[in-house]
Design a protein around this ligand. Structure first.
Ligand SMILES: Cc1cc2nc3c(=O)[nH]c(=O)nc-3n(C[C@H](O)[C@H](O)[C@H](O)COP(=O)(O)OP(=O)(O)OC[C@H]3O[C@@H](n4cnc5c(N)ncnc54)[C@H](O)[C@@H]3O)c2cc1C
Length: 393
């Protein structure tokens, strides 16, 4: 028999940025919340740099502000994005995304993933509401209409009215709940590092689709960019094994001098690219949020943006149910959450996958289609403005 210490209203699996945001969104409630995380408390308190620079939309910044985490990110770690250019092969033509003239607002703000995690951890710590159970993973979970039982790797069992999985795109909890997912291992990896460079970036990002590679350059501090190189996984592994000197020479060649002379400003990180779409985003007494529900391809920089809005929507449903005297795992509320997430994320998820397919193919028809596509988009202002507006939502 479990004691009162093992009984919660909500157990969240995963203290990634989405799991922590969700716990912070519930801080004003009377709900008893636990967050289980396999990493140690020290790693959560001092999250290491992982290479990712997250391009936050204005909507995500608003949510981080509402839960009290935005101001915990140092100003020096917030890099405004004043524009983006998409290039195709050696063509000098660039599709431009700019904020509306005179708005003075950036398209979005780049923040290192580790700084977001750090700010959220500090917020949770300050709120002193959710209980963090670190250094243990979830190894079993069963749910029914009446609640969830979660087993941790140290044998402890937790009881909850609602189980929320936020344990990454390869979520084990999703599997334990019997929810399938379309998991697409793309055979490509993204190599990321920071570089110092000679030429000014003017806070404009560049996405350059070239033959057999995609290079993104994200503007950070003056003279510093994050460089993201997408290659087939074998080629990425080859480059990972290079010495710093050889790696830098390879990068310089591949960038064809776009940033001028470069030096490495961080370690290299590699991410094999996997996209996921869960078949359901809820089950009796359970819900999926963040990458556990939808794992986006990073090329359109929207995974966390969708994840943070998913947690906000679920938290809103739960708080409304509490206020109306309904159960926090009310099936109608969970179905409503699932409908909302499906409708709001499907166009971006499938649109991104189409772009990735088109831009990673070397077939002559695909090359022609991207050439024509970029010019078409440039001359259809509502398309460009629509994408810019989506970023600035
Ligand atoms: C290279 C790259 C660049 C990106 N750039 C952007 C961008 O510009 N903009 C954007 O919006 N998104 C971006 N993303 C996506 C973004 O990083 C993810 O969407 C986001 O990290 C998802 O957060 P999450 O909390 O759902 O999952 P995760 O960050 O994966 O966190 C999951 C947590 O669960 C824990 N966990 C896992 N299994 C268990 C278990 N069994 N028990 C307990 N704990 C467990 C893990 O340790 C981890 O802490 C990028 C992703 C990549 C790879």
């Amino acid at each position: 028999m479990g004691g009162a210490d093992d009984r919660f209203d909500i157990v969240v699996v995963g203290a990634g940025p989405v799991g922590l945001s969700f716990a912070a969104s519930l801080a004003q409630s009377q709900l008893k919340v636990a967050v289980v995380e396999q990493n140690s408390i020290d790693t959560l308190a001092n999250p290491p740099f992982d290479g990712r620079e997250i391009a936050l939309t204005h909507a995500s910044i608003r949510i981080l502000r509402e839960i009290g985490a935005w101001d915990a990110i140092p100003a020096s770690d917030k890099s405004p994005l004043h524009g983006a250019r998409v290039l195709n092969g050696s063509s000098p033509f660039a599709l431009r995304f700019d904020p509306p003239s005179g708005s003075g607002e950036p398209l979005g703000v780049l923040v290192p993933n580790c700084r977001i995690r750090d700010a959220l951890f500090k917020t949770i710590h300050l709120q002193n509401h959710a209980r963090l159970l670190c250094g243990r993973s979830v190894v079993d979970a069963t749910t029914s209409q009446t609640g969830a039982v979660v087993t941790l790797s140290d044998g402890v069992q937790l009881n909850a009215k609602l189980l929320v999985a936020a344990d990454s795109r390869l979520s084990a909890t999703r599997g334990l709940l019997g929810i399938g997912a379309d998991i697409n291992r793309l055979g490509y990896s993204m190599l990321i590092c920071r570089v110092r460079h000679e030429r000014a970036h003017h806070q404009v990002a560049i996405e350059w689709f070239d033959h057999h590679q995609t290079i993104a350059m994200l503007p950070l501090a003056e003279g510093v960019s994050s460089l993201l190189l997408t290659l087939c996984s074998n080629e990425a592994d080859r480059l990972l094994a290079f010495s710093d000197h050889l790696f830098l020479r390879e990068l310089t060649n591949r960038c064809r001098g776009r940033l001028g002379k470069m030096t490495l400003a961080s370690k290299r990180h590699a991410y094999p690219l996997v996209t996921t779409w869960a078949h359901k985003f809820q089950a009796p007494s359970a819900a999926l949020i963040g990458d556990a529900a939808i794992g986006m391809h990073p090329v359109t920089a929207h995974g966390f943006n969708i994840g943070i809005s998913s947690q906000k929507q679920l938290a809103y449903g739960i708080l409304t149910a509490c206020r109306d005297g309904r159960e926090i795992a009310d099936p109608d509320m969970l179905h409503g959450y699932e409908r909302w997430l499906r409708l709001s994320a499907a166009p971006l998820f499938h649109g991104t996958n189409i772009v990735v397919g088109l831009y990673s193919s070397e077939h002559p028809a695909a090359r022609l289609a991207r050439h024509v596509g970029l010019r078409f988009a440039q001359h259809v202002p509502f398309m460009r403005h629509g994408i810019s507006a989506m970023l600035r939502r």
